[in-house]
Write a protein that binds this ligand. Structure first.
Ligand code: SAH
Ligand code: SF4
Ligand code: F3S
Length: 478
């Protein structure tokens, strides 16, 4: 029954795409050219994947993509995980106002996590009246319908839902890279870490059916994709709400069988739910990349408890050690928050001791940002100077240990997936090793999308310079 209604919903949305085409045709006549769109993405890989879905619908409706934000239809897919993400959106909106004054046909839309906050909507209604369409994370599958409503109505259209249990499959997608792709395996989060706003703006955990996921991956492989990244806020709890009994490790075993897929990545693994089964599947796999992102957040047991993370420092270290024993070439990366309410200098020392013990290949260090509505927002905040001091110390430790870890492959030949021409120097290509380290090396842009063997000649901190070992041996899809 549920599948049927989702099928109906999919058909409804395709009908709206057809209807949107009429609006785009009308606009083409008025402008005397094909209208252009621009999607700006803030935040995580899940938002990036959502943006590919927005682009897919806009392309199907007849818009062309523009590199510039000064387009006929602009959409900001927002993030609210930390306050600086919000501030960036307000700053850029100010610039859009200027563009819109000069282009009366311009339409501006906002979506994503920030729009799920009532205070944000109030602020936009008051200070950013020129925005045409606002929707949230739960009704993004209705984008084609909302696009039509926007062109058919006057004034600001706002449609925000509080939650949804629906997952609509098979809507159009325009991938950013032809050779790699993210795939949602689950949506939402049930963990309620006390600092985090994600469960409030993304709703409860919902897993996609394994058949739908595998069908999508098979289609991607047939379309030339060689690397996939399975996406979820906590992939280790995949399958919990499904009728069929399947774990994330079980899903990975099935994904491994898809021909044409050479590399499998996933994000993010919550340490409290990482199973022995998953470690063994990674160990036995030929395709799962040698990289695990295992967010620590903090090293002090008292802070971990207040964060509601569900593990202790010792448990985390034991897990990391066990993974390294089982799979020695596994790169471990992490997320760390400094300045959580009540965190003392001694607590920060505990975090530093974990970094030294685990020796991460890389770590993203964030200053705690107070998010309204989360339990931590009501706790006593740490003064800014103390936070800054702790942050600098953590960052320095991360850099020192990462340099040592990343360097251990110097002189070796490893496989890299060529991703793009180097942004600073177009004689170089940029590739990614299985362990997620970046390597720059001379080569022809025709190698983009292929896996090549690269000798890692010089380690430069977090990345390498290298040389293609034998271009003739390059393989992957031509
Ligand atoms: N689901 C993922 C994380 C998603 S958010 C996980 O649990 O690992 C990405 C990172 O942002 C988190 O790992 C955390 O380090 C950071 N983060 C989340 N809320 C934050 C806040 N209020 N202030 C600072 N950093 C935060
Ligand atoms: Fe946020 Fe915690 Fe969920 Fe990650 S697991 S999204 S940090 S609540
Ligand atoms: Fe940001 Fe939403 Fe992702 S808040 S980090 S874009 S889930």
């Amino acid at each position: 029954m549920r599948d049927e209604s989702m099928q109906d919903e999919k058909e409804r949305q395709y009908a709206y795409i057809e209807r949107a085409r009429k609006h785009v045709e009308k606009l083409t006549k008025e402008l005397g050219r094909k209208p252009v769109y621009h999607v700006t993405t803030f935040g995580c890989q899940m938002n990036a994947r959502d943006s590919e879905k927005l682009c897919g619908i806009l392309e199907e409706a007849g818009f062309a993509e523009s590199e510039e934000e000064n387009a006929d239809f602009v959409i900001f897919n927002t993030c609210t995980v930390r306050d600086n993400a919000n501030q960036k959106v307000y700053g850029r909106l100010g610039e859009l106002k200027g563009f819109k004054k000069r282009n009366p046909h311009m339409k501006i839309a906002l979506c994503g996590c920030m729009m799920q906050e009532a205070s944000v909507i109030e602020k936009i209604k008051e200070s950013y009246r020129f925005v045409d369409l606002i929707f949230g994370t739960h009704n993004i599958y209705k984008f084609a319908e909302l696009l039509c409503s926007m062109y058919e109505a006057e004034g600001m259209l706002i449609d925000i839902w509080q939650d949804t249990s629906e997952i609509v499959e098979d809507l159009p997608v325009k991938r950013k890279y032809p050779f790699k792709s993210g795939i949602n395996v689950m949506f939402g989060c049930n963990n309620f870490c006390s600092y985090c706003i994600v469960p409030y703006v993304r709703g409860r955990e919902r897993s996609r059916g394994p058949k739908d996921i595998l069908r999508e991956i098979e289609a991607l492989a047939a379309d030339g994709v060689v690397e996939i990244m399975l996406l979820g806020q906590n992939v280790n709890s995949y399958g919990k709400n499904l009728e069929e009994s399947i774990t994330f490790a079980g899903l990975l075993r099935e994904v491994e069988k898809v021909e044409g897929i050479e590399r499998i990545r996933f994000m993010t693994s919550h340490p409290k739910d990482l199973s022995e089964e998953l470690i063994q599947v990674m160990k036995d796999s030929k395709k799962i990349c040698r990289h695990l992102h295992l967010p620590l957040q903090a090293g002090s047991d008292r802070i971990l408890k207040a964060m509601n993370r569900g593990y202790t420092k010792e448990e985390y270290i034991a897990l990391a050690k066990h993974i390294r024993e089982e799979i020695p070439d596994m790169a471990l990366t992490t997320d760390i928050i400094v300045g959580f309410p009540g965190e003392t200098k001694e607590d920060v020392e505990e975090t530093i001791s974990v970094i030294k013990e685990v020796e991460y290949d890389n770590a993203f260090t964030f200053i705690y940002s107070k998010r309204t509505g989360t339990p931590a927002a009501a706790m006593e905040q740490v003064p800014e100077e103390i936070v800054k001091e702790g942050f600098d110390k953590v960052l320095k430790t991360v850099q020192e240990t990462a340099r040592k870890r990343v360097k251990r492959y110097q002189g070796q030949v490893l496989e890299a997936l060529v991703e793009e021409v180097n942004e600073q120097d177009d004689s170089l290509l940029t590739g990614r090793l299985s362990n997620n380290t970046i390597v720059h090396f001379p080569g022809s842009p025709s190698l983009i999308g292929k896996i090549v063997k690269v000798r890692l000649t010089e380690c430069r901190g977090f990345y390498y310079l290298g040389e293609i070992e034998k271009e003739a041996e390059a393989y992957g899809r031509i």
